[in-house]
Write a protein that binds this ligand. Structure first.
Ligand SMILES: NC(=O)c1ccc[n+]([C@@H]2O[C@H](COP(=O)([O-])OP(=O)(O)OC[C@H]3O[C@@H](n4cnc5c(N)ncnc54)[C@H](OP(=O)(O)O)[C@@H]3O)[C@@H](O)[C@H]2O)c1
Length: 261
């Protein structure tokens, strides 16, 4: 029987990939993880067909790398079956450059992907890096498999890919924690718990609708802030958040660089 997908790793990403594939492609993927199916008392990722030797995943037409880059280098370095694999390798290991992957899987079609796990959404949108040298037919075939997970955005430059991959997942998590801190600052003097809950809800609802409106910050200020009013005072007291956010983003890029293999 044709096996379309193998998943290397069963952590947060590997299990989400296996479950989403099972739900959308209506097929159980092969799955392997270092600690195996029984590592959790209740068993894990029942949607997958578990294998005990990772090279068995290479029977599938495509594999997804959902383990850290250094772990893959150790596992697959000098592995002859990996060297002979001619299917698709979709690598979500943010730290692995496509040149390193090419050495491990020289005959495969290699795509670096940045999957975005969004809680409660039954798809995994991804950013994919399209290699310049990949023939069109192989690119279309690999992209069609990726589209089984959800929407795909494509870029062709590895540096651009690394930067905007952060924008789709890690960065929003950091920014949301800043938004939550802003909510807490606004609720500071409310002692009544139910009033606090109402306050948090209307704050987050307003943030959502302002973001959905799509206006830039200057336009928003123009639309909403009455001259001499409360919002205007807040905006004027905000200080230089751009510099703060630039610093935080640079720290994340520096960490991505440190992890690169
Ligand atoms: N989570 C995300 O939203 C996300 C998004 C994009 C990219 N990624 C990338 O996906 C990869 C996995 O992330 P994750 O969030 O799923 O992490 P995780 O929940 O910590 O799971 C890590 C997986 O890697 C395996 N692993 C760790 N060290 C290993 C080693 N030395 N040898 C073999 N296997 C090893 C673990 O094995 P066990 O099952 O035995 O513990 C587990 O299956 C990372 O490279 C990460 O950058 C994650």
């Amino acid at each position: 029987m044709r096996i379309r997908l193998g998943v290397l790793g069963a952590g947060r990403l590997g299990s989400a990939i296996a479950k989403t594939w099972h739900a959308r492609a209506r097929q159980s993927p092969l799955i392997w993880s270092r600690s195996g199916y029984c590592a959790h008392a209740q068993g894990r990722v029942a949607e997958g067909q578990w294998v005990t030797d990772w090279t068995k995943l290479l029977k599938a037409e495509s594999i997804v790398i959902a383990i850290p880059g250094h772990a893959l280098l150790k596992l697959a370095g000098d592995n002859e079956q990996a060297r002979q694999f001619t299917g698709n390798v979709f690598s979500a290991a943010a730290s692995l450059a496509s040149s390193s992957l090419q050495q491990l899987f020289p005959r495969a079609t290699i795509l670096c992907v940045a999957p975005f796990l969004i809680h409660g959404v039954k798809s995994i949108p991804m950013l994919a890096l399209r290699p310049a040298s990949l023939p069109l037919s192989r690119w279309l075939q690999a992209k069609a498999e990726l589209e089984c997970f959800g929407d795909i955005d494509v870029v062709e430059d590895e540096q651009v890919f690394s930067q905007i991959a952060l924008l789709g997942a890690s960065w929003p998590v950091v920014v949301v924690s800043a938004v939550q801190a802003a909510a807490s600052a606004g609720l500071q003097r409310l002692e009544d718990q139910s009033a606090s809950q109402v306050g948090r809800r209307i704050f987050l609802r307003a943030i959502q609708s302002l973001l959905a409106n799509g206006a830039g910050s200057q336009e928003l200020a123009g639309e909403v802030a009455t001259p001499g009013g409360i919002t205007e005072r807040g905006l004027k007291s905000l200080g230089d958040v751009t510099t703060l956010f630039e610093h935080v983003f640079q720290q994340m890029q520096a960490r991505a660089e440190e992890l690169r293999a």
